[in-house]
Design a protein around this ligand. Structure first.
Ligand code: SF4
Length: 178
């Protein structure tokens, strides 16, 4: 399965792909706590962000139920440190790629459990229904790595891939556990 996921990640076009054992992933309360600061303005506004997404204990148990983690990155280029447009383009590309990769990974996994953790809030719908109506796509909805309590730089280190690809680049990271 891990080789199949790696091949699907390559086909999805990610610039950087790594692997780590699921046991290397550590759920940290301080990472989840950063969600409540609401810098991304998603706290309490999507079904896959805290508090609606479930507790850290839930995520620790879900992560522990898997063996492998495939980490994927979209690495974009920036004209300068203030290239907001370049950052937004890379983020949008990453979200499109990761949603497609997660769909393909679920299809490949069949009945086996699979946990896809994205970058930032779920944006599968133009407007999230939270908190007024149920999630429109509960099978596809994506919780972020941070909401699951994962420090992205730690996960990258466990996989032996860079968190930061250097000056003039911007990287967005997500992962799939199988
Ligand atoms: S799939 Fe749609 S409704 Fe469900 S969490 Fe994502 S954006 Fe919200």
């Amino acid at each position: 399965m891990i080789d199949q996921l790696h091949a699907l990640a390559e086909a999805a076009g990610f610039e950087c792909i790594g692997q780590a054992p699921a046991t290397a992933l550590q759920v940290r309360a301080e990472v989840r706590d950063m969600c409540a600061v609401d810098r991304c303005q998603a706290y309490g506004r999507t079904w896959t962000c805290p508090p609606a997404c479930g507790t850290l204990d839930d995520f620790a148990a879900r992560i522990a139920a898997h063996e492998h983690c495939v980490i994927v990155q979209t690495v974009g280029t920036m004209e300068d440190d203030f290239d907001i447009e370049g950052i937004m383009e890379a983020e949008a590309l990453h979200k499109r790629r990761f949603a497609a990769f997660a769909d393909a990974a679920r299809a490949a996994a069949g009945a086996a459990p699979l946990l896809a953790l994205g970058a930032g809030a779920c944006t599968l719908c133009a407007q999230c229904t939270c908190p007024d109506e149920p999630c429109r796509q509960p099978e596809r909805a994506l919780t972020s790595m941070e909401a699951a309590g994962l420090l992205v730089s730690d996960v990258c280190a466990a996989a032996g891939i860079p968190y930061n690809h250097g000056r003039g680049t911007i990287a967005f990271t997500s992962c799939v556990l199988a």
